[in-house]
Design a protein around this ligand. Structure first.
Ligand code: GAP
Length: 446
């Protein structure tokens, strides 16, 4: 089965994961809204990353800093200078700007849109500008953050002093970042507004190389634990010329998307670039025992990660596999910790009042602790397929035996195997399964 972005875009829209933004006004280039299922998947991704960083690693603490900060921060970090810019050619007539306009190694002189004359390529900064206060003047110009970590660097001393942490330690943050990308695209892969999950690890210079290796390994382990196909993941050591302006070493973690390999996460050794620059330009000395700490950073885009997990889990079965299936079926084989809905509850027959009552009661009970859904329309086979398509790992069916013996059938998405579980024990069984227990160990096979 060949995976295509077109099919995945269609599924995500149809099933409430991702909607193109501003559609009733004709859309807005490369912006997307996350629907109910998209929010649930995004939140689970973020929750898993957060726990990985701040629980598994006890010396990483959290932060939530502002999106709009003092613009001097971006001067000190180098983002307002050449380091964070794209070389673009602007058309003298229509003023559109273009990147990488070359043919046979020669730069193109005519605008591809209107045929007007193109100016020599110039640097255009990627920072998104805004104005703070009532006057739109140069002095009131501010920027939407282009990476979350500058908020971490400027709070380095606040965190150290208030949390009594000592080197080595880390600060983690999840939040929106903005870049005026010239060529956004590939669905949610490159956007102008996106979310980052970043962790800055502060350590002594002599420990930096070892910590780089450690974090690189840890990040691969996380992807593996979250069920990604590891043959679709690779490291890309970035050469000196291509590296970000702050990086002494950069390894990108790339996923093989249907449109090719693409970076989903960057591991960077930022040296003392940030803390020394902020110490020089700001009013705080960030040195510790006379030296600036070095920083190893792990930085992953939530939406790119979301797309990688969606592509990875997407499966299509030509023949269908439920007994009443007559056509192609789609299964989203998402890791059980990521599935938007964790458990679905069905009465076998909608018209049987006793079955419906019992199923509703079970649903009311489950939804307090889990992301549960109730569905009574269509055949059982159809209802299973509906849940398979959105990645729900467990389905509970209340049948006539349930009225006699207070047990239900629990069906697992990937194996389609079914076990019988006592209703009294159902919450515990679902909980054990979501924590990783083997499905077959949780009840008697039907
Ligand atoms: N603080 C380091 C930093 O921001 P980066 O490589 O520029 O490094 C890190 O960005 C991650 O943020 C990328 O690996 C990617 O997942 C995500 N990202 C960057 N630009 C993006 C964009 N325009 N749209 C979506 N995600 C983006």
């Amino acid at each position: 089965m060949k995976k295509s972005i077109k099919k995945i875009v269609s599924l995500t829209k149809r099933k409430g994961f991702v909607f193109p933004s501003s559609m009733i006004y004709g859309g807005f280039s490369s912006t997307y809204d996350f629907g109910p299922r998209g929010v649930m998947l995004k939140n689970k991704l973020k929750d898993s990353w957060w726990k990985e960083m701040t629980r598994r690693q006890s010396d990483v603490v959290g932060l939530d800093s502002s999106i709009i900060m003092n613009p001097d921060i971006w001067r000190a970090s180098g983002h307002l200078s050449k380091g964070f810019a794209d070389k673009l050619s602007e058309c003298k007539e229509c003023h559109k700007r273009f990147k990488d306009l070359e043919e046979d190694g020669e730069s193109i002189k005519k605008c591809p849109e209107c045929g007007g004359k193109l100016m020599e390529p110039r640097d255009f900064n990627l920072m998104m500008k805004t104005f703070v206060g009532p006057v739109e003047s140069e002095a009131a110009t501010a920027y939407l953050r282009a990476e979350t970590c500058q908020g971490i660097f400027v709070n380095f001393k606040n965190v150290m002093d208030s949390m009594r942490v000592d080197l080595p330690f880390g600060i983690a943050q999840i939040g929106k970042s903005f870049r005026n990308e010239i060529t956004p695209g590939n669905f949610i892969f490159r956007m102008r507004e996106f979310e980052q999950m970043e962790m800055q690890w502060f350590c002594k210079q002599k420990e930096a190389d070892d910590f780089f290796e450690k974090w690189l390994k840890r990040r691969f382990e996380w992807y593996e634990r979250m069920g990604i196909d590891m043959s679709k993941l690779r490291k890309n050591e970035i050469g000196e010329k291509e590296r970000a302006h702050y990086a002494q070493r950069q390894v990108d973690i790339e996923y093989e998307f249907p449109f090719g390999w693409g970076e989903i996460e960057g591991i960077h050794n930022r040296g003392d670039w940030d803390l020394s620059n902020h110490s020089e330009h700001g009013e705080e000395d960030f040195s510790v025992d006379g030296d600036y700490p070095w920083v190893i950073e792990t930085s992953v885009g939530v939406e790119r990660c979301f797309l990688a997990f969606l592509v990875d889990s997407y499966d299509e079965l030509e023949e269908g596999r439920s007994s009443d299936a007559d056509k192609k079926e789609t299964v989203l084989r998402l890791h059980r910790k990521l599935s938007p809905t964790q458990v679905a509850v069905f009465p076998l027959i909608k018209k049987e009042e006793d079955l419906v009552k019992k199923a509703e009661k079970i649903f009311d009970d489950l939804k307090v602790d889990f992301d549960a859904i109730y569905d009574e329309t269509g055949s059982i086979g159809k209802r299973y397929r509906r849940q398979d398509e959105v990645g729900t790992p467990l389905c509970v069916t209340v049948d006539f035996d349930s009225l006699e013996d207070d047990s239900v059938t629990l069906r697992e998405r990937d194996s389609m195997d079914q076990i019988r579980v006592d209703i009294d024990d159902l919450k515990n069984v679902v909980d054990q399964f979501l924590k990783g227990a083997d499905f077959h160990s949780l009840g008697e096979k039907v």
